[in-house]
Design a protein around this ligand. Structure first.
Ligand SMILES: Nc1ncnc2c1ncn2[C@@H]1O[C@H](COP(=O)(O)OP(=O)(O)OP(=O)(O)O)[C@@H](O)[C@H]1O
Length: 343
């Protein structure tokens, strides 16, 4: 058996969690599946030289209670054996989905993230770690492509995002994905070297869920019939899209900062001086960012709405947009107004 301390998995994980050791704490989101068990064992292993505060959070979705209760019990015992604190949350996700009209996947995710945030807040954790791998990233990008996406969607899941902003002296809580460079096979191989078993989530093999169909049907077919290196290709595309999007966001920030005259919840006034190098793409992104900053409804805003705004900036005129937002350009002045009653 190879030495677990030399395993490439630990090298990648160690590289990705530097900020965690600086902050000194991490709440590990563990489902009991191979990926998150590798996260748990890997973090415990690395922690021998870092002495950070670690704990496990597990959420029982109760979709198949006979199985998920067993998984929760097994994980609790495993955590006791490994001497790591264990936090358990539970909900009847099937019932939640029926009540809210949301899909099962969305309800499960919402309930799970609410629990993870609460657990981190109550126990003063500033980082929540989830175990998405490179394979999950590739599946996510394909999912976005199938649904329709822009450059931002090609980036897939970010390595870090703020989950709870800082408030009243409380530091922010960040979500980290330290395993995005690791393949699922590497994680499973690491578990084998430390003789750690795991429990697969039964919902993962249900091909009715879109993501599982991508995992079990689409990707294997793309690999066998089109490109055996499709995962690597998509993973590289995601890194490039991420770099591009970051550069674009900087340009958009600058552009907006220079153009904003005044802002309140329902009215934004801009002085827009067209620059030669401005492309329609930058203009569309400026408006997308403005909508985000203003917290105006974005669900019904699509590419063609933002593109219409780019035309309006070039030609002048007025546009009526979803959510009761009216945009008008006269000369260099652009006024965006949210009318009362707009949802
Ligand atoms: N029941 C659970 N309890 C705690 N953590 C979980 C649970 N299920 C998933 N996670 C965490 O989330 C990671 C991703 O899991 P999964 O791919 O099933 O989620 P997802 O539905 O794609 O969620 P999202 O992409 O929103 O994080 C897991 O590796 C694990 O870290």
């Amino acid at each position: 058996m190879s030495d677990p301390h030399q395993h490439s998995f630990l090298g990648s994980l160690c590289h990705a969690v530097k900020t965690v050791w600086d902050a000194g704490d991490a709440l590990l989101a563990v489902s009991g599946g191979a990926d998150s068990m590798a996260l748990l064992r890997g973090m415990l292993d690395l922690n021998q030289t870092h002495s950070g505060r670690l704990a496990v959070a597990h959420f029982n979705h109760n979709l198949q209670p006979a199985i998920s209760d067993n998984v929760a019990r097994w994980l609790q015992q495993t955590c006791e054996r490994l001497a790591i604190p264990f936090h358990l949350g539970a909900a009847d996700v099937g019932q939640l989905a029926a009540e809210t009209g949301q899909g099962i996947e969305e309800s499960a995710r919402n309930a799970r993230y609410a629990f993870l945030k609460q657990t981190a807040l109550h126990n003063r954790f500033t980082h929540i770690l989830v175990a998405h791998t490179r394979d999950d990233q590739v599946e996510t990008i394909l999912h976005h492509l199938l649904r329709g996406t822009g450059v931002a969607g090609l980036r897939g899941m970010p390595e870090r995002r703020v989950l709870v902003p800082p408030s009243d002296g409380q530091p922010e809580i960040a979500l980290l994905r330290p395993m995005l460079a690791v393949t699922r096979a590497e994680a499973v191989d690491y578990l084998r070297t430390v003789s750690q078993d795991y429990r697969d989530d039964p919902s993962n093999v249900d091909v009715a869920f879109t993501r599982n169909r991508i995992r079990h049907e689409l990707l294997p077919q793309l690999e066998s019939s089109f490109n055996p290196n499709i995962r690597e290709a998509l993973s590289k595309l995601s890194q490039q899209a991420g770099d591009l999007q970051e550069a674009l966001e900087q340009i958009v920030h600058q552009q907006l900062r220079g153009a904003l005259l005044d802002v309140n919840a329902d009215i934004v006034r801009l002085r827009w001086q067209p620059l030669n190098e401005q492309t329609r793409h930058v203009i569309r992104e400026c408006f997308a960012m403005l909508w985000k900053q203003q917290q105006w409804p974005r669900q019904r805003m699509n590419y063609s709405h933002y593109d219409r705004l780019a035309t309006l900036l070039q030609n002048g005129g007025t546009a009526d947009l979803p959510g009761g937002i009216v945009v008008e350009r006269r000369g260099e002045l652009v006024v965006l107004r949210r009318q009362s009653g707009g949802a």
